[in-house]
Design a protein around this ligand. Sequence first.
Ligand code: PLP
Length: 404
Amino acid sequence: MINVNDNFLKLPGSYLFTEIAHRVAAYKEANPQAPVIKMGIGDVTLPLPAASIMAMQKAISEMAHKESFRGYGPEQGYDFLREAIAAEYKQTGVDLAADEIFISDGSKSDCGNIGDIFSTNCKVALTDPVYPVYVDTNVMAGRAGELLPNGQWSNLVYMPVSAKNGFVPELPKEKVDLIYLCFPNNPTGTTLTKDQLKVFVDYAHKNGALILFDSAYEAFITEKDVPHSIFEIPEARDCAIEFRSFSKTAGFTGTRCGYTVIPHTVKAKGSDGQVVELNKLWLRRQCTKFNGTPYIVQRGAAAIYTPEGKQQVRQLIDYYMGNAKIIRESLLKAGFEVYGGVNGPYVWMATPNAQSSWDFFDYLLKEKNIVTTPGVGFGPSGEGFIRFSSLGSRENTIEAMGRF
Ligand code: PLP
């Protein structure tokens, strides 16, 4: 028998959303009539923007004719989409070349795969609670060490965020190489100001570190002074990689499209001291392991940058942020301690009377028939919180909040 990658065996058995699905299924089986409303997993519910649908229909027709048929495309994405994204960045004052943008099948893959190009010796820092993909992929790569009884991994450096620090992570106390930041944040729904983010950029410069900035939820920002991109801070151009997604922005969770930005100025070194562009390394990685996002999907994604597409995306976001407002205000009115929901689609709520996340999850499921996500599933500092997603329907949101 062959040996497996032992790092996979270190991962705890059940993925968060599998456990939630299991508990919900068991409850529904015992209570088939219960009007259960799902506000747990962050999946969208509104259809794709009409502009994307039309563009994809046109692309399908192109596939039907010999002259316009497309086979394998460029691994890093078609120029029409990369250029549209670069033009969009430019409007916010960020100058990027199209070849600094890599199209993918979504940012989960990119956030997870990026670790391929870094040494397994890199010291990794991440916020706690955190999007579990950053943790688990570093476990798989062997960078995380061992799982400790307190739920932390021995080699990861945790930057807790809580009400105590206003959900602004403190800089790592020890020197780290890779820093994962996600703002607007999943799961807390909170953001950093430009000045707060600059503190991390300065740290990265001083310590030769690299920031992996996940801005999958940037389209949900409503307030000024909240950066949409880490590259709004000019100094980040040589110490950051940015991940973005069409999933929540434009309903592409099932259609699949995202992108990663790696400016040519971001560099790192080999163990022999050779300095390399991470852009080149990622291109090499993608060309080897990835064969590109479907042409049809990229056409659908590019359509969100047309005037009609922009307007339709705005409507989607406004709808979800309307839900977020309802959730936030209803819970506050009911006397709960609540965060997020202003610049991101998640509302982060402290459980009453210091109940555990899972106990309160079970209470909400059984007594209110509402499915949430237990905060502890996002890391030890998420204990005592639950997450509400605003990506459901307006009717369900109103109905669920009425139950408080
Ligand atoms: N990054 C964060 C913080 C997310 O919450 C998610 C999805 O929930 C993703 C990335 C993945 O998005 P995609 O659907 O593009 O893979």
